[in-house]
Design a protein around this ligand. Structure first.
Ligand SMILES: Cc1cc2nc3c(=O)[nH]c(=O)nc-3n(C[C@H](O)[C@H](O)[C@H](O)COP(=O)(O)O)c2cc1C
Length: 208
Protein backbone atom coordinates (compact mmCIF):
# COMPACT_ATOMS: atom_id res chain seq x y z
CA UNK A 1 0.00 0.00 0.00
CA UNK A 2 2.77 2.48 0.91
CA UNK A 3 4.51 1.77 -2.39
CA UNK A 4 1.33 2.34 -4.36
CA UNK A 5 0.61 5.66 -2.63
CA UNK A 6 4.18 6.88 -3.03
CA UNK A 7 4.53 5.93 -6.68
CA UNK A 8 1.31 7.61 -7.90
CA UNK A 9 1.97 10.71 -10.03
CA UNK A 10 -0.35 13.08 -11.84
CA UNK A 11 0.06 12.05 -15.47
CA UNK A 12 -0.67 14.51 -18.29
CA UNK A 13 0.00 12.27 -21.33
CA UNK A 14 -1.68 8.97 -22.15
CA UNK A 15 -1.40 6.18 -24.69
CA UNK A 16 -4.57 5.62 -26.71
CA UNK A 17 -4.92 1.99 -25.53
CA UNK A 18 -8.38 1.45 -24.03
CA UNK A 19 -8.99 0.46 -20.43
CA UNK A 20 -10.71 -2.93 -20.36
CA UNK A 21 -14.36 -2.61 -19.34
CA UNK A 22 -14.14 -5.10 -16.40
CA UNK A 23 -11.15 -3.19 -14.99
CA UNK A 24 -12.93 0.14 -15.38
CA UNK A 25 -15.88 -1.30 -13.53
CA UNK A 26 -13.67 -2.68 -10.77
CA UNK A 27 -11.97 0.72 -10.31
CA UNK A 28 -15.27 2.60 -10.11
CA UNK A 29 -16.62 -0.04 -7.71
CA UNK A 30 -13.60 0.54 -5.48
CA UNK A 31 -14.14 4.31 -5.63
CA UNK A 32 -17.71 3.76 -4.44
CA UNK A 33 -16.29 2.00 -1.38
CA UNK A 34 -15.12 5.40 -0.12
CA UNK A 35 -16.78 6.66 3.04
CA UNK A 36 -19.43 9.37 2.83
CA UNK A 37 -21.22 11.59 5.30
CA UNK A 38 -24.19 9.65 6.84
CA UNK A 39 -23.39 7.02 4.19
CA UNK A 40 -25.65 9.18 2.02
CA UNK A 41 -23.22 8.68 -0.89
CA UNK A 42 -23.86 12.17 -2.19
CA UNK A 43 -21.61 11.63 -5.22
CA UNK A 44 -21.62 9.90 -8.55
CA UNK A 45 -19.04 9.07 -11.16
CA UNK A 46 -19.70 9.59 -14.85
CA UNK A 47 -17.39 7.54 -17.07
CA UNK A 48 -16.82 9.17 -20.44
CA UNK A 49 -15.18 7.10 -23.21
CA UNK A 50 -17.05 8.19 -26.35
CA UNK A 51 -15.52 10.51 -28.92
CA UNK A 52 -18.21 13.15 -28.58
CA UNK A 53 -18.04 13.24 -24.78
CA UNK A 54 -14.25 13.40 -24.74
CA UNK A 55 -14.33 16.23 -27.28
CA UNK A 56 -16.80 18.17 -25.15
CA UNK A 57 -14.64 17.68 -22.04
CA UNK A 58 -11.55 18.79 -23.96
CA UNK A 59 -13.34 22.02 -24.80
CA UNK A 60 -14.60 22.36 -21.23
CA UNK A 61 -11.03 22.12 -19.94
CA UNK A 62 -9.66 24.79 -22.27
CA UNK A 63 -7.70 22.33 -24.41
CA UNK A 64 -5.57 20.66 -21.70
CA UNK A 65 -3.94 17.51 -23.16
CA UNK A 66 -5.41 14.96 -20.74
CA UNK A 67 -8.94 14.63 -22.14
CA UNK A 68 -7.63 14.65 -25.70
CA UNK A 69 -5.33 11.71 -25.01
CA UNK A 70 -6.79 9.62 -22.20
CA UNK A 71 -9.21 6.87 -23.30
CA UNK A 72 -11.34 7.49 -20.22
CA UNK A 73 -12.40 10.66 -18.45
CA UNK A 74 -14.08 10.35 -15.10
CA UNK A 75 -16.31 13.13 -13.86
CA UNK A 76 -16.92 13.18 -10.11
CA UNK A 77 -20.28 14.76 -9.41
CA UNK A 78 -21.26 16.12 -6.00
CA UNK A 79 -24.98 15.82 -5.20
CA UNK A 80 -25.86 18.54 -2.73
CA UNK A 81 -29.55 17.64 -2.88
CA UNK A 82 -29.01 13.96 -1.96
CA UNK A 83 -30.40 14.46 1.54
CA UNK A 84 -33.70 15.70 0.10
CA UNK A 85 -34.10 12.61 -2.07
CA UNK A 86 -35.41 9.28 -0.90
CA UNK A 87 -32.30 7.47 0.35
CA UNK A 88 -34.37 4.67 1.90
CA UNK A 89 -32.20 2.17 0.04
CA UNK A 90 -29.19 3.30 2.09
CA UNK A 91 -30.89 2.86 5.44
CA UNK A 92 -32.50 -0.44 4.40
CA UNK A 93 -29.26 -1.98 3.19
CA UNK A 94 -27.35 -0.97 6.35
CA UNK A 95 -30.13 -2.36 8.51
CA UNK A 96 -30.45 -5.52 6.42
CA UNK A 97 -26.73 -6.21 6.70
CA UNK A 98 -26.86 -5.81 10.46
CA UNK A 99 -24.33 -2.98 10.16
CA UNK A 100 -26.70 -0.43 11.71
CA UNK A 101 -29.10 -1.14 14.56
CA UNK A 102 -32.81 -0.74 13.98
CA UNK A 103 -32.78 2.34 16.20
CA UNK A 104 -29.82 3.97 14.43
CA UNK A 105 -31.24 3.27 10.97
CA UNK A 106 -34.67 4.61 12.00
CA UNK A 107 -33.18 7.86 13.33
CA UNK A 108 -30.83 8.40 10.38
CA UNK A 109 -33.25 10.02 7.87
CA UNK A 110 -34.27 12.72 10.37
CA UNK A 111 -30.72 13.18 11.63
CA UNK A 112 -29.45 13.56 8.07
CA UNK A 113 -32.22 16.01 7.17
CA UNK A 114 -31.65 18.23 10.21
CA UNK A 115 -27.89 18.21 9.66
CA UNK A 116 -28.26 19.16 6.00
CA UNK A 117 -30.92 21.81 6.60
CA UNK A 118 -28.45 23.49 8.91
CA UNK A 119 -25.66 23.15 6.32
CA UNK A 120 -27.89 24.60 3.66
CA UNK A 121 -28.82 27.58 5.82
CA UNK A 122 -25.11 28.28 6.14
CA UNK A 123 -24.41 27.78 2.42
CA UNK A 124 -22.31 24.69 3.05
CA UNK A 125 -24.36 21.98 1.31
CA UNK A 126 -22.26 22.05 -1.86
CA UNK A 127 -19.03 21.90 0.11
CA UNK A 128 -20.17 18.84 2.04
CA UNK A 129 -21.21 16.94 -1.09
CA UNK A 130 -17.86 17.82 -2.67
CA UNK A 131 -16.14 16.13 0.28
CA UNK A 132 -17.91 12.85 -0.55
CA UNK A 133 -16.95 13.17 -4.22
CA UNK A 134 -13.31 13.98 -3.49
CA UNK A 135 -12.82 11.02 -1.18
CA UNK A 136 -14.23 8.73 -3.88
CA UNK A 137 -11.84 10.33 -6.38
CA UNK A 138 -8.91 9.67 -4.03
CA UNK A 139 -9.86 6.02 -3.69
CA UNK A 140 -9.98 5.75 -7.47
CA UNK A 141 -6.51 7.28 -7.93
CA UNK A 142 -4.99 4.79 -5.51
CA UNK A 143 -6.87 1.83 -7.01
CA UNK A 144 -5.79 2.85 -10.52
CA UNK A 145 -2.15 3.11 -9.48
CA UNK A 146 -2.35 -0.36 -7.92
CA UNK A 147 -3.74 -1.66 -11.23
CA UNK A 148 -0.84 -0.13 -13.20
CA UNK A 149 -2.92 2.71 -14.67
CA UNK A 150 -2.40 6.44 -14.47
CA UNK A 151 -4.67 9.32 -13.46
CA UNK A 152 -4.51 13.02 -12.76
CA UNK A 153 -6.88 15.14 -10.76
CA UNK A 154 -8.00 18.14 -12.80
CA UNK A 155 -9.19 21.61 -11.98
CA UNK A 156 -9.47 24.21 -14.67
CA UNK A 157 -12.75 23.55 -16.44
CA UNK A 158 -15.99 25.36 -17.05
CA UNK A 159 -18.54 23.81 -14.72
CA UNK A 160 -21.40 24.69 -17.08
CA UNK A 161 -19.66 23.06 -20.02
CA UNK A 162 -18.79 19.91 -18.08
CA UNK A 163 -22.39 19.65 -16.89
CA UNK A 164 -23.58 20.02 -20.46
CA UNK A 165 -21.15 17.32 -21.63
CA UNK A 166 -22.54 14.83 -19.11
CA UNK A 167 -26.18 15.73 -19.71
CA UNK A 168 -27.02 17.73 -16.57
CA UNK A 169 -26.99 21.31 -17.90
CA UNK A 170 -28.85 23.67 -15.60
CA UNK A 171 -29.03 21.26 -12.61
CA UNK A 172 -28.08 23.38 -9.60
CA UNK A 173 -28.33 20.43 -7.19
CA UNK A 174 -25.37 18.82 -8.99
CA UNK A 175 -21.81 20.17 -8.92
CA UNK A 176 -18.62 19.13 -10.63
CA UNK A 177 -16.09 18.19 -7.97
CA UNK A 178 -13.27 16.88 -10.13
CA UNK A 179 -12.34 15.63 -13.58
CA UNK A 180 -9.91 12.75 -13.87
CA UNK A 181 -8.30 11.20 -16.92
CA UNK A 182 -7.62 7.48 -16.60
CA UNK A 183 -5.45 5.39 -18.86
CA UNK A 184 -2.04 3.98 -19.69
CA UNK A 185 0.73 6.51 -19.06
CA UNK A 186 2.73 7.86 -22.00
CA UNK A 187 5.21 9.66 -19.77
CA UNK A 188 7.24 9.19 -16.61
CA UNK A 189 7.01 11.97 -14.11
CA UNK A 190 9.30 12.60 -11.21
CA UNK A 191 7.90 13.16 -7.76
CA UNK A 192 7.71 16.95 -7.38
CA UNK A 193 8.26 16.58 -3.65
CA UNK A 194 6.31 17.64 -0.61
CA UNK A 195 7.00 20.36 1.91
CA UNK A 196 8.93 19.41 4.97
CA UNK A 197 6.77 17.32 7.25
CA UNK A 198 7.26 19.84 10.05
CA UNK A 199 5.38 22.45 7.99
CA UNK A 200 2.32 20.28 7.41
CA UNK A 201 2.01 17.74 10.19
CA UNK A 202 1.45 18.95 13.73
CA UNK A 203 0.93 17.49 17.12
CA UNK A 204 -1.96 18.44 19.40
CA UNK A 205 -2.30 22.03 18.15
CA UNK A 206 -2.00 23.58 14.70
CA UNK A 207 1.44 24.94 13.90
CA UNK A 208 3.42 22.96 16.43
C1 LIG B 1 -7.67 19.36 -6.88
C2 LIG B 1 -6.54 19.21 -7.87
C3 LIG B 1 -6.62 19.78 -9.11
C4 LIG B 1 -5.60 19.62 -10.06
N1 LIG B 1 -5.76 20.16 -11.32
C5 LIG B 1 -4.83 19.90 -12.27
C6 LIG B 1 -5.03 20.34 -13.61
O1 LIG B 1 -6.04 20.97 -13.95
N2 LIG B 1 -4.10 20.06 -14.53
C7 LIG B 1 -2.97 19.37 -14.21
O2 LIG B 1 -2.16 19.13 -15.09
N3 LIG B 1 -2.76 18.91 -12.94
C8 LIG B 1 -3.66 19.16 -11.96
N4 LIG B 1 -3.48 18.69 -10.68
C9 LIG B 1 -2.29 17.88 -10.37
C10 LIG B 1 -1.31 18.62 -9.48
O3 LIG B 1 -0.59 19.57 -10.25
C11 LIG B 1 -0.38 17.57 -8.85
O4 LIG B 1 -1.15 16.74 -8.00
C12 LIG B 1 0.75 18.18 -8.03
O5 LIG B 1 1.63 18.91 -8.86
C13 LIG B 1 1.56 17.11 -7.30
O6 LIG B 1 2.03 16.13 -8.22
P1 LIG B 1 1.72 14.59 -8.00
O7 LIG B 1 0.23 14.43 -8.05
O8 LIG B 1 2.38 13.89 -9.15
O9 LIG B 1 2.27 14.19 -6.69
C14 LIG B 1 -4.46 18.88 -9.72
C15 LIG B 1 -4.37 18.31 -8.43
C16 LIG B 1 -5.39 18.46 -7.53
C17 LIG B 1 -5.30 17.79 -6.18
Amino acid sequence: MARVIRSRRSIRHYRPDPVAAPLLRELTDLALEAPSSFNLQARSIVTVTGEEGLRALTEATGGQPHPQEAPVMLVFVAESGAWREDRGDVWDVARGRGAWSERFAAASPDDARLFHEDLRSRGLDREYAVKDAMIAASFLMIAAEAAGLATSPMNGWSEDEVKKAIGVAGRDDLHIALLMPLGHPAEDRLHPGRRDRALSCFSETYGR
